[in-house]
Design a protein. Structure first.
Lengths: 134, 595
């Protein structure tokens, strides 16, 4: 990531209202945002946009967020550098253990609180390797 | 035979273009291929009809992109429809038909279009055509780069593209191991088809890596991945220097944790003899184990074994090649299995000798206070003396199979207690591993009463990994020990899915966090959250949390900031500058096992 450039974020949620809110909120803060509304679209955009951070809803019809997370983390070129934040209610110990198995880096509770979402994005952005091209 | 074999090469050229490791040394034909070739996808291209230097500067700013300037807008429209790596088009023509043409070609391919507009008419035209972005010329490179970037991120792929890319991602994962980049079996069969027909013979080597899955269980998948990577690169490196070099050797990675090698003799060269193969595989085992020890420490290197089996496959025009190869692989796998059994019998013999001679030694791994780093106590870790039994995991596994587990447990316990006076200062505690099954040993209580002089200095560690069947009875037993002054620790806490309830049931004085939660905790916020939860829970229960497997300063800082009370691991207990252990190299990471 170049100094002064904020990392690109891919926002994935099947609910358009949610993505609209998140997109607006983060765009105002200067992050380049791309939106996907299902798992397949997210995977396609992942290769195209090469985001540094993915905000991933878990409950989606078809391929769910866990599956998408696993596939992204196993991507041979991009998997290592992307940070994935799951957007879900991980209440139980069990849920969080499972999240670790898919390779997720962080999570934001759903229903989400925008300021928490922003701080999750910030703390993950801070850990991005500097070598990533914007 | 799965039907996806050929599909990817047709549908996605990128599957072929991605990194792949081929060790090949046919001097004449594969001169370049003696080194692993890492081919990455071609850089994305921005296509434009404008020679404006600001565009080139802007593209350089995007990082990793290439700009291609076409001679005129007609040429541009043509190339958009054909070139595979075009990811964006920047068009500046004032010819409305040509502009429309560019859009028509770019749209179906999902390529975003940016229009550089010289005047208001052009701007209106660009908006009408739904350009992904536009800007007024002349513009500085920063603005142009920004427009390109936002056009790329905004462009929505066509449904066909979505399906194609998703397929590609999935196929790639089926065809190549994502960690090592090695092709999987189906790919290997397709690649070697022609060669085997030509040379008539193939040697299959099957490498059975025993107990790799244990690494995942103990240290977490991040560690297993790192070890697999080391293994694959060590194997590749070794093969480049063997006498198999005169032939074509290919490496494949099967689903789980085994490797398969195909060795196809070069023209005019005999296939390696069995003796030769035995010799090579023997050396390879040592080479790989050495590499793993260098990179990940002795604890991990001694944890697993590598067994190799081989089989010859002769080309037979009447039988389909796949069948021949799969049969060969099965034979080689069976051969590897029988090597494993032979080795196991030897290990059992080693263990019996060790038990007879009371020959195990004990490492004392310090547990320190997170804040002051002052030694709080030591965990006793018993090890076998022969290398084959060095890893406690292996030693106890062998004992369990040979029905010697109680004998071994008793021996390890009494050695640990014997060494206590010499190794552990007054006021420090001894953490002693006990398997829940040990409680059913009729001599269990008696040995403790006989050997332990001061129970208040002993902490009994009980692993969460072994399921406890009869809780009320088990708690009764714990209670009896507690009354004598013993304290308890739950080991590997958080390794299972059971959560905090089962830990609370044991009313522990200490909670030892599972190592998989500590590995890379500094960059994983979910792990941090879990540990935080555990610390809060422990504080409520008046218990102390021990973070095990702390290897790096970042991990140390993180667990400290999360309120963990005690710490154990490589970061504080370096091999070489160990206190309290015998003069045997101490592993990088301590792992608690019954002992």
């Amino acid at each position: 990531m170049k100094a002064g450039t904020l990392p690109t974020i891919l926002v994935v949620d099947d609910n358009q209202d949610n993505t609209d809110i998140i997109q607006h909120y983060l765009e105002v803060r200067g992050y380049p945002i791309t939106v996907a509304h299902n798992g397949d679209e997210a995977l396609a955009l992942f290769e195209k946009v090469r985001p540094s951070i993915v905000l991933l809803d878990v409950m989606m019809p078809g391929r769910d967020g866990w599956e998408v997370c696993r596939l992204m983390k196993q991507h041979r070129e991009l998997g290592r550098n992307v940070r994935i934040i799951m957007v879900t209610a991980l209440d139980e110990w069990d849920d969080k253990r499972q999240a670790l198995q898919t390779g997720a880096d962080d999570y934001v509770e759903k229903p989400f609180d925008l300021s928490r979402l922003a701080s999750a994005v910030e703390r993950n952005a801070a850990l991005l390797p500097t070598a990533i091209a914007p | 035979m799965p039907r996806f074999f050929r599909q990817p090469s047709r549908r996605s050229p990128a599957a072929d273009a991605s990194a792949d490791l081929v060790v090949a040394a046919d001097a004449a034909t594969d001169a370049d291929a003696t080194r692993p070739r890492i081919r990455v996808n071609a850089p994305p291209i921005l296509l434009t009809d404008s020679p404006d230097p600001a565009i080139a500067t802007a593209v350089a700013d995007l990082g990793g992109w290439r700009v291609v300037v076409c001679a005129g807008e007609r040429e541009l429209a043509r190339v958009v429809g054909e070139a595979p790596d075009v990811r964006a088009v920047l068009v500046t023509t004032d010819n409305p038909n040509a502009l429309r043409d560019v859009f028509e070609r770019a749209r179906p391919r999902g390529v975003p279009v940016i229009v550089g507009c010289a005047d208001e008419t052009m701007r209106r035209r660009a908006v009408e055509l739904r350009a992904d972005e536009w800007y007024r010329t002349p513009a500085d490179p920063v603005e142009i780069a920004g427009r390109i970037r936002s056009a790329i991120t905004r462009a929505v792929p066509t449904p066909a593209q979505v399906a194609d890319r998703v397929d590609k991602v999935e196929y790639e994962q089926m065809l190549y191991d994502f960690l090592t980049g090695l092709p999987t079996l189906p790919v290997m069969i397709e690649r070697s088809r022609q060669l085997i027909k030509e040379r008539g013979e193939l040697v299959v080597l099957y490498f059975n890596f025993v107990r790799y899955s244990k690494i995942e269980e103990i240290y977490g998948w991040e560690k297993l991945d790192a070890v697999l990577e080391t293994t694959a690169s060590a194997v590749g490196e070794f093969l480049r220097d063997t006498s198999l070099r005169g032939s074509r050797v290919m490496v494949s990675f099967t689903n789980d944790d085994d490797f398969v090698f195909f060795h196809v003799p070069a023209p005019g060269v005999d296939a390696a003899s069995d003796a030769e193969i035995n010799e090579i595989t023997g050396r390879l085992q040592q080479f790989v184990a050495g590499r793993i020890e260098e990179a990940h420490g002795e604890e991990i290197a001694t944890l697993f074994d590598i067994y190799v089996g081989s089989a010859h496959v002769y080309y037979n025009p009447k039988t389909r090649l796949e069948r021949l190869i799969y049969r060969g692989i099965r034979e080689a796998a069976n051969a590897a299995k029988s090597v494993e059994e032979r080795e196991r019998a030897r290990k059992v013999a080693d263990l019996r000798t060790a038990l007879r001679d009371r020959d195990v030694y004990v490492d004392y791994h310090p547990i320190v206070r997170a804040d002051t780093q002052e030694v709080f106590g030591y965990e006793a870790l018993a090890r076998g003396v022969p290398r084959s039994l060095r890893s406690p995991e292996v030693m106890f596994e062998v004992a369990a199979e040979a029905d010697l587990i109680w004998e071994l447990s008793r021996l390890c316990r009494s050695r640990a207690i014997e060494g206590m006076a010499k190794q552990i200062a007054a006021g420090q505690l001894l953490f002693l591993n006990v398997d829940p099954h040990d409680f059913s040993d009729p001599e269990f209580t008696a040995t403790f009463e006989r050997e332990v002089a001061n129970p208040e200095r002993v902490v009994i560690e009980i692993t969460e990994r072994t399921a406890i069947k009869d809780y009320p009875k088990f708690r009764e037993r714990l209670k009896a020990f507690r009354e004598q002054g013993y304290r308890f620790a739950v080991d590997d806490a958080g390794s299972g899915y059971a959560g905090l309830g089962s830990i609370a049931n044991l009313e522990p004085d200490f909670i030892k966090l599972d190592m998989s939660l500590i590995n890379c905790i500094d960059t994983n916020f979910i792990k941090q959250n879990l540990v935080e939860t555990m610390v809060r829970f422990a504080n409520d229960q008046k218990a102390q949390v021990i973070a095990e497997g702390v290897e790096r300063a970042e991990e140390m800082e993180t667990v400290k900031s999360l309120g963990v009370h005690l710490v154990q691991g490589f970061f504080i207990h370096h091999p070489g500058k160990q206190e309290g252990s015998r003069a045997v190299p101490t592993p990088a990471v301590a792992k608690a096992v019954p002992g």
